[in-house]
Design a protein around this ligand. Structure first.
Ligand SMILES: Cc1ncc(COP(=O)(O)O)c(C=O)c1O
Length: 367
């Protein structure tokens, strides 16, 4: 039996009746754009994160962009982030008019290397965005320490880290704001596009509430230029149902990761992911590192094991960012990891047999 990379059907089937009931309630109420279902989810998600406020928006990209706009970031500014991330982290910076500046990652956590942060800061730097890649938070304390010395806000890209923890605190609640994506394949995924900002900062919250809704402070009274970045009522209703299961699903992911680690640790040619001592990894992705990755992935595919690559080309080497002037060699750890990352099947419903199949076939493909 082939092993899928992700099985959303298996994930959704047990809750099908509850989803249909939630959608029926939205249809009956007519609250399709923002409204009470989004507000109820915002309350629940803030509580889950241990944050005073959550603001539902259209996507994780919107969440990042609106936070940067609300912080007043724009043309001429620089925002320091990592290149080992999904393109959206950098795009959000570019869409404010600012320039993304990339620092290399730590080779064990695959997140921003705090030791390299300070040298990337210039008088134009206006914010820092660490990315909690694959479900593991960046090492926030040394990042916050550098940031506070330079008076810079830290915005967490927690789009892959719903429920992950750093020293007992949930991802997204450590910097001035945390940005989440509810893209369907995420640990908490909507039935379409959605995202959220989590913050304890009242002023930031008010600005983002206005920015997501055309800069309105009252219906048809616009105090600033905003955008349409509202969350759909149906997404709020669905996410509220799914949020109740996020804690257990994260535990299942952790169990599957432990099973993979146990079977793959010590296998020559495979580097398994490490959970940092400072936190709790929620394994949005379970990425190993292998040499000759493309061949191995193709062979696994032929053997019915479907894998992913996150991401084959780091952001600083993307064609779209050619004008930033980065070259191969600019960020050696990021580049090496991008060549070697191979994301194995990972989702809560993964069975022991499926994990055994993946391990057996991976071992057979390593030469
Ligand atoms: C690290 C990271 N940042 C930002 C985003 C953007 O989120 P969205 O796809 O919801 O716009 C994603 C989602 O794929 C992501 O993984």
């Amino acid at each position: 039996m082939p092993v899928p990379f992700l099985d959303l059907k298996a994930h959704h089937m047990p809750l099908r009746a509850e989803f249909l009931e939630a959608v029926a309630q939205v249809i009956d109420s007519g609250a399709f754009a923002s409204g009470p279902f989004v507000a109820a989810f915002e309350k629940d998600f803030a509580e889950f994160c241990g944050a005073p406020f959550a603001i539902g928006v259209g996507s994780g990209t919107d969440a990042l962009w609106l936070v940067l706009l609300a912080l007043g970031i724009g043309p001429g500014d620089e925002v320091v982030t990592v290149s080992s991330t999904f393109m959206a982290t950098a795009e959000a910076i570019t869409y404010t008019g600012a320039r993304p500046v990339f620092v290399d990652i730590d080779e064990t956590t695959y997140t921003m290397d705090p030791a390299l942060l300070e040298r990337a800061i210039t008088p134009r730097t206006k914010a820092i965005i660490p990315v909690h890649l694959f479900g593991q938070t960046a090492d926030m304390d040394p990042i916050l320490e550098v940031a506070s010395r330079h008076g810079l806000p830290v915005v967490e890209d927690a789009c892959q880290a719903h429920g992950a923890e750093y020293k007992g605190r949930k991802a997204g609640t450590i910097g001035i704001a945390g940005c989440f994506s509810f893209y369907p394949g995420k640990n908490l995924g909507a039935f379409g596009e959605a995202g959220a900002v989590v913050t304890a900062n009242e002023e930031l919250k008010q600005k983002i509430l206005a920015l997501r809704d055309h800069g309105q402070h009252r219906k048809y009274y616009h105090s600033m230029i905003g955008w349409n970045a509202r969350m759909d009522g149906i997404q709020g209703a669905i996410l509220r149902v799914k949020l109740k299961h996020l804690g257990r699903n994260n535990e299942l992911r952790r169990r599957h990761a432990a099973a993979y680690n146990q079977a793959l640790d010590g296998v020559d040619g495979v580097i398994t992911p490490r959970e940092a001592s400072y936190g709790k990894h929620v394994y949005h992705l379970y990425a190993v590192r292998v040499r000759d990755r493309d061949r191995i992935m193709a062979e696994l595919g032929k053997r019915g094991v479907n894998c992913g690559i996150h991401y084959p080309v780091p952001v600083h080497l993307q064609e779209a960012y050619r004008e930033l002037g980065y070259k191969r060699g600019s960020l050696p750890v990021t580049e090496r990891c991008a060549d070697e990352f191979l994301s194995l099947p990972m989702f809560p419903e993964l069975t022991t047999e499926q994990i055994e199949t993946v391990v057996r076939e991976l071992k057979a493909c390593i030469r």
